[in-house]
Design a protein around this ligand. Structure first.
Ligand code: VG1
Ligand code: CO
Length: 583
């Protein structure tokens, strides 16, 4: 057995290591600075209670982006030096974010141990490569992202850190082959367990969904689908689940081999970046050859996001979570005994609220970021939740789950077509969405992102919007001057959240303007960008009248967009006449 020693290294604080909405995300060039990663990892170990580190087992893996392999070797050596007993690594350092959550919750090691938490290495939907982004975050024993109490501690530690511990003489571990490598250190043995990255996750999915009914749908000559992993880690799960388990044909999968630079693209599943899929589904500018598939879906780099498409049809993420919630009990075995409650992030449209009201379900509105759903799920009051940013999930884990969302939609389609898979015409994605609108009304919705804006200009814009909120009559005067065809603002505030489980309060979670007809404008600064500031503007309008739910979304929202841009003086502050991305 190879023996190792522990070295104490002197270091000094490095500025800017504050975790954002989902961990610390920076350019690779920043992460490669001497001690940058080391400081953050040590600050994390120091923020956890000692029994979750010393003698504990932790998971380390990610979406395989550039710098992951190097980072994994550093973290293994630091874990060993900090008294960790075992490190679990997905083969080739790969594990999707939802799979890490599943592994922490479900996997049992050879000695019967479970993991105390894990580092996830990803910058999610941000591009990868030597000049692009890297990221790291810590998930706790429940499989969910560290709560703010912990991330605040981590940050505080990074500002005072003066030492870290590393097993410099521990050789690099071969993470490409499955198996356990044991080392001997001052505290006894230290094991690195490299395991199959898909097994635990696939097993969990099979316990949630009825794979047989989905298999029948996929086998129907009337059905066809296309899944785009955008070169992210979702590809390895897609191959296992859609091809091996569900019998889909290889041609249904595109970009399903993970690449460290995501093929040079943005692994962001939306209408702008998932170009190939969008074109295949007949939603692009040029029409595809032949008839588009009935169903399409995409994932982001770390496979926690999803985009759902029908033939020539886009499902907004806010509608998607509402539709899954409305159909879950019948269509998904895991929910057969009912939903404990549902939740959405604040900027997500109120489509889910209407379902909750109709089905008499507990309902929660939380700040942006998945960490806020975890407490509700642990407390047993939330089964299904989602965010407008292409994130959907349930209490099977404590992260959003891209493949789960696709299986949820396939389950709904399979259930709706179960007596007629061989019939002339299947119930389509579009049919399901339009039926939903007819029952619950439609929330027209769009988000404008202004990326990499000058940070102080963004702050000034937000400050001006907060200032405006002190007088609603003045706001309504301004709005009247912009458009006469929008309702009055009846409430304006900065969203603040008191966690109903632990009582913690999160302030300044987005600026809201709420209109008398249920319309909303929300302004937020992104907490996941790695450069400058990103302003997000969310625009929503509710339409109950079934004869008006079929409008073009852009037309329906045009007056509110006009109001939002002028009220915020977007161009004046940012110098941008158009957003970077519209979703
Ligand atoms: C964005 C989304 C948010 C999501 C977060 C992490 O955060 O808006 O809804 O939870 O990304 O998702 P922000 O602060 O940039 O708006 V992921 O897939 O990047 O881990
Ligand atoms: Co992601």
């Amino acid at each position: 057995m190879v023996l190792f020693t522990v070295t104490r290294k002197e270091t000094a604080p490095i500025q800017g290591q504050k975790p954002g909405t989902s961990g610390l995300r920076k350019k690779v060039t920043v992460f490669k600075q001497p001690n940058y990663l080391h400081n953050f990892v040590q600050a994390t170990f120091n923020a956890l209670s000692p029994d979750k580190v010393r003698g504990a087992t932790i998971v380390v893996s990610g979406d395989g982006r550039y710098f992951s392999e190097e980072a994994i070797q550093i973290i293994i050596k630091m874990a060993a030096a900090n008294g960790v007993k075992g490190v679990w690594v997905g083969q080739n350092g790969l594990l999707s974010t939802p799979a890490v959550s599943a592994v922490i919750r479900e996997r049992v090691g050879k000695d019967g141990s479970k993991a105390a938490g894990g580092f996830i290495l990803t910058a999610s939907h941000n591009p990868g490569g030597p000049h692009e982004d890297f990221g790291i975050k810590y998930n706790m024993e429940n499989g969910g992202p560290a709560p703010e109490g912990i991330t605040d501690k981590i940050y505080a530690n990074t500002t005072t850190i003066n030492e870290y511990f590393i097993a410099e003489d521990l050789p690099d571990v071969d993470i490409s082959s499955i198996g356990i490598t044991s080392f001997g250190g001052p505290d006894g043995s230290f094991d690195v367990d490299v395991f199959d990255a898909t097994d635990d996750y696939v097993k969990l999915m099979k316990s949630i969904f009825d794979f047989e009914i989905i298999k029948k749908l996929l086998a129907s000559p009337k059905f066809s689908f296309c899944y785009d992993a955008l070169h992210g880690v979702a590809g390895i799960y897609a191959k296992r689940i859609f091809l091996e388990e569900l019998g889909a044909s290889g041609s249904s999968l595109i970009n399903c081999t993970p690449k460290e630079d995501f093929g040079g693209g943005h692994p962001d599943p939306n209408l702008t970046y998932a170009k190939e899929l969008v074109a295949r589904l007949g939603l692009g500018k040029s029409s595809p050859e032949g008839e588009p598939p009935e169903f399409g879906a995409a994932a982001d780099g770390d496979a926690d996001r999803n985009m759902i498409l029908g033939k020539r049809f886009f499902v907004t993420p806010s509608d998607s979570v509402a539709i899954i919630a409305a159909n879950a009990v019948k269509a998904i075995p895991y929910f057969n005994s009912g939903l404990k409650g549902v939740a959405r992030s604040m900027p997500t449209s109120a489509a889910l609220d209407v379902v909750a009201k109709n089905l008499n379900l507990k309902f929660f509105e939380v700040p942006t970021g998945w960490k806020f759903f975890g407490n509700l799920m642990d407390a047993g009051v939330c089964s299904v939740c989602g965010e407008e940013s292409f994130g959907t999930g349930s209490d099977h884990i404590r992260e959003k789950d891209g493949i789960w969302a696709v299986l949820a939609w396939l389950s709904i389609l399979a259930y709706r077509n179960k007596d007629n898979v061989d019939g002339d015409k299947l119930v389509t994605v579009q049919d399901i969405v339009e039926e939903h609108w007819a029952t619950y009304g439609r929330h027209y919705y769009t988000r404008y992102d202004y990326e990499n804006v000058d940070a102080s200009a963004a702050k000034e814009l937000m400050a001006a919007l907060v200032k405006l909120q002190s007088s609603l009559s003045a706001v309504n005067e301004i709005i009247k001057g912009i458009r006469s065809d929008v309702a009055e603002v009846v409430e304006a505030d900065e969203f603040e959240y008191k966690d109903p489980v632990d009582g913690s309060v999160s302030k300044h979670q987005g600026i809201r303007y709420l209109f008398g007809d249920g319309s909303r404008l929300v302004f937020r600064l992104s907490g996941t960008g790695s450069e400058g500031a990103t302003i997000r503007l969310y625009i929503e309008q509710y339409e109950k009248d079934p004869s008006k739910t079929g409008r073009d979304s852009q037309d329906a929202l045009a007056p509110l967009v006009d109001v939002a841009l002028k009220l915020s003086k977007m161009e004046e502050f940012t110098g941008r006449s158009a957003p970077t991305v519209i979703t």
